[in-house]
Ligand binder design. Structure first.
Ligand SMILES: *[C@@H]1O[C@H](CO)[C@@H](O)[C@H](O)[C@H]1NC(C)=O
Ligand SMILES: *[C@@H]1O[C@H](CO)[C@@H](O)[C@H](O)[C@H]1NC(C)=O
Ligand SMILES: *[C@@H]1O[C@H](CO)[C@@H](O)[C@H](O)[C@H]1NC(C)=O
Ligand SMILES: *[C@@H]1O[C@H](CO)[C@@H](O)[C@H](O)[C@H]1NC(C)=O
Length: 204
């Protein structure tokens, strides 16, 4: 009987703990004027210290399946402070096609971001020497800080071209942060015209 009471007590405490009310401790309002498209969250990641980085996008109604060509990052610090920056594709020197989604590959996002070392983001995207020739597309990375300052740019390797259809499939590389983020990151990417993969380590 006593044991039953104890187990009931434990069960109740677990239920009470589970039912603890969730409350919001951070409220951030995205500035929005009436002419702009609705903002959407297009990606979210965090640093080891629980600082969260959110990418916000807006559709570009004048183009097919494209976003406004801005990189908009909102950083939410554990203390509730929110910092923001918006960099245009011109400032970043990133070709606008990186802000479009190809109908054939709706899940292949050309522009991605990774919280590399504290206060820094790695942005990966593609750069075409000749926009009409997919074999001239290369994946690049640019390192920016959370104030939107651009630090360095690096060519990562050729972009993936589907060997059957000969069309560009964006964002096929995958970036994995080193266990010690300060030591950089690993990149794996399928190779065009081959069944092989490349594995590279980048130190920053
Ligand atoms: C609304 O935002 C857009 C894009 O940032 C800007 O071009 C436009 O001038 C703004 N309109 C008003 C009324 O503030
Ligand atoms: C919150 O943390 C950030 C990053 O450490 C710092 O820049 C900011 O001043 C802090 N804000 C407050 C209100 O303490
Ligand atoms: C390449 O294109 C073909 C035909 O559309 C498709 O079946 C295949 O899955 C594609 N390969 C990759 C790696 O996406
Ligand atoms: C792949 O093959 C195409 C067509 O044969 C060629 O134009 C291209 O340069 C090759 N690309 C690579 C990375 O080997």
């Amino acid at each position: 009987m006593k044991l039953n009471h104890i187990s009931l007590f434990i069960t109740l405490s677990i239920i009470l703990l589970v039912l603890l009310p969730v409350k919001s401790s951070i409220i951030f309002e995205e500035n929005q004027n009436s002419t702009e498209q609705q903002p959407r969250v297009f990606g979210l990641d965090c640093y080891d210290d629980n600082t969260i980085v959110v990418r916000i996008v807006r559709k570009d109604p004048s183009k097919f399946q494209c976003l406004k060509d801005y990189l908009s990052i909102r950083t939410i610090y554990p203390n509730g402070t929110v910092k923001e920056f918006d960099l245009s594709s011109d400032t970043l020197n990133i070709q606008p096609f990186n802000f479009c989604i190809l109908p054939k590959y709706p899940k292949a996002n050309p522009l991605r971001f990774y919280p590399v070392r504290k206060n820094f983001l790695l942005i990966t995207y593609a750069e075409a020497d000749d926009i009409n020739n997919f074999y001239t597309y290369n994946d690049w990375g640019v390192v920016i800080d959370l104030d939107g300052g651009i630090h360095s740019k690096i060519k990562l390797g050729p972009s993936y071209v589907n060997i059957t259809t000969k069309d560009w499939k964006p964002g096929q590389d995958s970036i994995t942060l080193n266990v010690h983020r300060d030591n950089g990151f690993l990149r794996t990417a399928p190779l065009t015209n081959s069944t092989g993969y490349s594995l590279q380590q980048f130190i920053m």
